[in-house]
Design a protein around this ligand. Structure first.
Ligand code: SF4
Length: 513
């Protein structure tokens, strides 16, 4: 192992701490009379938050705000790295996400002396120090370490960068769907003959898989032709030169076909012609098509973390490489410019955050375009409309068929939402089946899937009810909500300016002192 690698490993060792360790750190600081340690957490502001965000992160934030000085970053700049072509969604998203925070029980800082007991909610783009630090840190990060970062690789793939070969899954088309698929094939072949059969074949396979997976095709829809029209629109709208059905589709205000296809093919949500997408399917994309902003977002994330000197950053296992990269930046900066002083604080990744919850339809990704996410702001009726048709054990056709909870996505939701006690909820009084009872009732065919789903929704409702109340309260006070963001951002700016001053001084750039 060469010396730089040894140094790097030394910098990375112990990058991760557990929840128990996090609690110990906080208790130790308190016992020694030191200020609270800091946590930096946050979300990209690309839309309302859902129950996946709640179990994955928000719940923990509410818990940790009583132990740590908390900064919650609304990462609107990071949102732009993938949504630069749709900046208009950010403003509404910032408000929605702020309401979601309030709903979850974040206790916000509202101004005045800060003793670290209230969470600072910060709008990222309104903290200029983050942008400045990003530039300085960028000097220390080799491009290769970004390209090779496992988190960047995964996300790049999700957004269609760096994919050499997109594998289109083979599907067996069930007899129910065959007439539907045949109709689509016939229509698309007629419209796009010149594109070549083999390319279109891949395309059919992909779209067939998509519809099969989403359970969107129902016999009655086939009769009404509605799903067929929708699918054909998905095909045709993509080809701007042949947008025969474009008007109908957009006028109907249904799903965004670009997002559907983006999700399906792991492509960025950008307008592409059918020909371009097929070429992409055949040849993939390379890193040269990746934007500078996207590739560099881990550098900007290092600035997000270090501008407040965060000690902990709660993340899922897939995000740990980003924290390691941040630690590397800190280590390089301190070594290069700090001499014997520690200019920047090295953060730890706080593991304990749950892996992402699957969509209610069983799709690995919760997504607005797939209509498979349950939002914190939704009503019971809206949630039931999504849960009721959700797929279960496919072998459980009749009520009396024994079920297999281990293959059922609804059961995985029961494990998440009934697996542990929720603060403020009396499970016994609520009379919701425990996870064990769910499994037993399923295996023994003692209840049907509808009953099982009703139990799940009852628990979800009990969790979401207090959030709805808090949200409704804050919705009546838009000015107060705005003030919360202003106060948190102003407080963050104080910290950012101090950090920037130290950084510039260490880099001998404090010209006007
Ligand atoms: S009873 Fe519940 S766990 Fe069993 S298959 Fe139906 S929904 Fe899934």
């Amino acid at each position: 192992m060469d010396a730089p690698e040894q140094k790097r490993q030394k910098a990375d060792s112990g990058a991760v701490v557990t929840e128990e360790q996090a609690a110990e750190f906080a208790a130790k600081a308190q016992a020694e009379g030191r200020p609270r340690l800091r946590i930096l957490t946050g979300d990209r502001t690309t839309g309302k938050l859902h129950i996946g965000h709640y179990v994955g992160s928000l719940k923990h934030r509410v818990k940790y705000q009583s132990l740590y000085d908390t900064f919650v970053l609304m990462a609107d700049v990071q949102a732009l790295t993938t949504h630069y072509d749709r900046p208009e969604i950010l403003k509404q998203s910032v408000r929605e996400v702020a309401l979601d925070y309030m709903a979850c029980g974040i206790e916000p800082y509202t101004g005045g002396p800060d003793d670290g007991t209230k969470a600072k909610i910060v709008v990222q783009s309104m903290v200029p120090a983050i942008a400045d630090l990003t530039v300085y840190y960028g000097l220390l990060v080799p491009v290769r370490s970004l390209i090779d970062n496992p988190t960047v690789k995964t996300e790049a793939q999700q957004h269609g960068f760096g994919i050499k070969q997109i594998k289109v899954p083979k599907v067996l088309v069930s007899e129910t769907y065959r007439p539907f698929v045949e109709k689509i094939k016939a229509r698309v072949e007629a419209e796009f003959k010149e594109l070549g059969e083999s390319s279109l074949h891949d395309y059919y396979e992909a779209i067939t898989e998509f519809w099969n997976q989403k359970y969107l095709i129902k016999q009655e829809d086939l009769e009404s032709d509605a799903e067929i029209r929708l699918s054909i629109d998905v095909f045709l709208v993509m080809d701007e030169g042949n947008a025969i059905y474009k008007g109908d589709f957009f006028a109907s205000g249904q799903m965004n076909p670009w997002e559907i296809l983006g999700d399906l093919l792991n492509l960025p949500y950008k307008r592409k012609t059918l020909r371009e997408i097929i070429l992409q399917l055949k040849h993939g994309r390379d890193f040269t098509s990746m934007t500078y902003g996207f590739l560099g977002y881990p550098v900007s994330q290092a600035a997000d973390i270090t501008f407040v000197g965060a000690h902990l950053v709660p993340v899922g296992p897939d995000q740990v490489p980003l924290i390691e990269l941040c630690r590397e930046v800190v280590h390089r900066f301190n070594s290069q410019y700090g001499k014997k002083k520690r200019v920047l604080t090295s953060p730890y990744a706080l593991l304990g955050v749950r892996e992402a919850l699957q969509g209610i339809d069983g799709n690995a990704k919760m997504s607005k375009s797939l209509n498979n996410a349950i939002y914190l702001s939704e009503t019971d009726a809206e949630i039931w409309a999504k849960v009721k048709p959700a797929p279960t054990d496919p072998q459980r056709v009749r009520r009396e068929d024994p079920g297999r909870p281990e293959v059922c996505n609804i059961f995985s939701y029961h494990k998440v939402f009934n697996g542990e006690k929720e603060a403020g909820i009396d499970e016994a009084a609520l009379n919701v089946a425990t996870v064990e009872e769910v499994a037993e009732n399923c295996r023994g065919a003692k209840w049907g899937c509808v009953e099982c789903k009703q139990h799940l929704c009852k628990k979800l409702s009990a969790i979401l009810d207090p959030m709805r109340e808090r949200r409704a309260e804050w919705e009546k006070r838009p000015d107060d909500l705005q003030d919360v963001l202003k106060a948190g951002t102003a407080r963050a700016n104080e910290e950012g300016e101090k950090t920037l001053e130290r950084v510039r001084s260490a880099m001998h750039m404090d010209y006007f002192r």
